[in-house]
Design a protein around this ligand. Structure first.
Ligand code: NAP
Ligand code: MG
Length: 497
């Protein structure tokens, strides 16, 4: 049996103790079935360690722990104390930033400096939601003088949360921040590809002083642990980030079990629209960041790039030079911008899309091949002259691959931008204010960036139109997804005849 802690090492921190158990009731425990699975370093394709796997029985144990905490100490704690605990957790994460970011870089493959940025965003998110904990208010409703009516916002209960591998710590913070601030308890399943950073984070949960069972973190597989959480009869809400395919399965499981509340943050095929009058150097830098940040593994990646015809050739030539400057390699090298894709499965999927782009006759401007011969590295790839109906223009690739096409008018740009099943994000690059606002208002997307891309803040909500999801994360809007609205009608002296 794998130990509950193993000594691992990162180039930044040196040796450290990596928890490997399931974090339930503030303790690391092995799974009931005694199963473990291997965690791979995507830069080297080597095994880092093994972690304990949660199966259905462990999900039951974790849900029971979360239920007990919800009905007991957590529900009784004054909201201001929830704020104190969340702030403490943020402080501890800040003190452990280097360790958290190194483990993230080791397990996920993202550049250490990017991982450090993610940890900064984790801390900011926890602090933002700590601020909300004692500001959850209801209303009084004036209907008639013999009655008194009021509403309250109450926590939903036990929340199941299923997160992906592209931002393991940040997705955890986006999920637990609003859930805990509003007084829910949580069972969170990490992605099988990236369980390690959340387990290090779990040690801080106990240290911060959260009561046992408030936040449980389990490693495991989607079709086993994830499915058990989604169909669990004692889970009141399920929140998921990942593929549209699994999002549908989760909604179905919720519908077929106890009709638990569902929020989904799914994929995208976000347009990045560049007008003739844009500041071209700035636009190229944002477009480059929009698609290649996090190796293209962003739900809001600007993967469809539409450029107005007058500047198209100049844009494509300059963007090629810019993309070729992105340093691809070892996540721990200080100059690295792009590390490996997260797994062999993702690597193969992306290479499959690259082959389909080539076979469909799109022009490879740069990239299109593996980078190096070890690790799941892919060259930053640009396809130009891409037709609207090609697979690489329609489907989410989730890798460092973008598709460029030309457009003529503002109306064409809006039409092309909206020609997708998704509606997560979009961006517009122009110096003309009326073009910027007209296009922003016409795009069917939950987030629109003007003269930038991929900027997210805890204060501002994020989520999808159309098949990109249900509900919103971040900002005040996320609080609605974690509270039930109750109305109380009090009879003062109205008489029934
Ligand atoms: P995925 O399968 O949707 O994984 C996301 C999470 O859902 C993981 O924790 C996964 O568990 C879990 N899961 C899988 N099947 C489940 C089920 N039947 N019931 C409950 N939970 C389940 O995504 P993926 O396979 O890793 O990636 C495939 C594609 O999804 C990507 O190429 C990309 O297009 C999209 N994606 C989108 C996002 C996003 O931010 N919106 C993030 C990741 C991926 P496991 O640990 O077993 O995988
Ligand atoms: Mg890994």
């Amino acid at each position: 049996m794998t130990n509950l802690f193993v000594e691992l090492s990162t180039p930044i921190t040196g040796p450290y103790q990596q928890p490997t158990g399931l974090f339930i009731n503030n303790e690391f425990v092995p799974g009931v079935d005694g199963k473990t699975f291997e965690v791979i370093n995507p830069s080297t394709e080597e095994v880092i360690t093994s972690v304990h796997e949660a199966t259905e029985k462990d999900v039951d144990i974790a849900v029971a722990a979360a239920r007990k905490a919800f009905e007991g100490p957590w529900r009784k704690l004054p909201p201001s104390q929830r704020a104190v605990l969340l702030n403490k957790l943020a402080d501890l994460a800040e003190a452990k930033s280097e360790l958290l970011a190194s483990v993230e870089a080791l397990d996920n493959g993202k550049a250490y400096k990017m991982a450090l940025g993610d940890v900064g965003a984790v801390i900011a998110t926890l602090r933002y939601y700590a601020g909300w904990a004692d500001k959850i208010e209801g209303r009084t409703i004036d209907v008639k003088s013999e009655m008194f009516h009021y509403s309250r916002r109450e926590p939903i209960g036990v929340c199941g949360q299923i997160i992906p591998w592209n931002f393991p710590l940040l997705m955890l913070a986006w999920k637990i921040g609003p859930a805990l601030a509003t007084g829910n308890t949580v069972v969170l399943k990490t992605a099988e590809q990236t369980p390690l950073s959340a387990l290090v984070f779990a040690t801080l949960v106990k240290e911060a002083g959260f009561p046992p069972g408030v936040l449980n973190i389990i490693s495991g597989f989607g079709p086993i642990a994830g499915a058990a959480l989604s169909r669990h009869m004692d889970v009141d809400k399920i929140a998921f980030t990942g593929s549209t395919f699994v999002g549908r399965a989760i909604m179905k499981a919720a519908a077929e079990s106890n009709l638990k509340k569902v929020t989904l943050e799914l994929g995208g095929k976000s347009p990045n629209i560049v007008f003739n009058d844009a500041d071209i150097e700035q636009a190229i830098s944002w477009v480059n960041f929009g698609i290649y940040f996090n190796h293209g593994q962003c739900c809001c990646a600007g993967s469809r790039i539409y450029v107005q015809e007058e500047i198209y050739d100049k844009f494509v030539a300059a963007f090629k030079r810019r993309a070729e400057q992105n340093k691809v390699g070892d996540p721990f090298h200080p100059e690295t911008f792009q590390g490996p894709q997260v797994s062999k499965v993702q690597y193969d999927r992306i290479m499959g899309y690259i082959e389909s782009g080539k076979a469909d006759g799109a022009t490879v401007v740069t990239g299109g091949e593996r980078h190096g011969d070890k690790g799941y590295f892919i060259q930053p790839t640009i396809f130009a002259d891409v037709k609207q109906d090609m697979k690489i223009m329609q489907e989410e690739i989730f890798g460092p691959v973008c598709a460029i096409a030309k457009f003529k008018t503002v109306e064409d740009a809006i039409k092309l931008g909206n020609d997708t099943f998704y509606g997560l994000a979009a961006s517009v690059h122009t110096k003309d204010l009326s073009t910027a606002l007209k296009v922003s208002n016409a795009l069917k997307a939950g987030t629109v960036w003007v003269n930038c891309h991929n900027l997210l803040f805890p204060q501002a909500s994020f989520g999808g139109f159309k098949a990109s999801g249900i509900g919103r994360e971040l900002g005040e809007a996320a609080l609605d997804n974690y509270t039930e609205l109750k109305t109380v009608h009090v009879n003062l002296d109205a008489r029934i005849e």
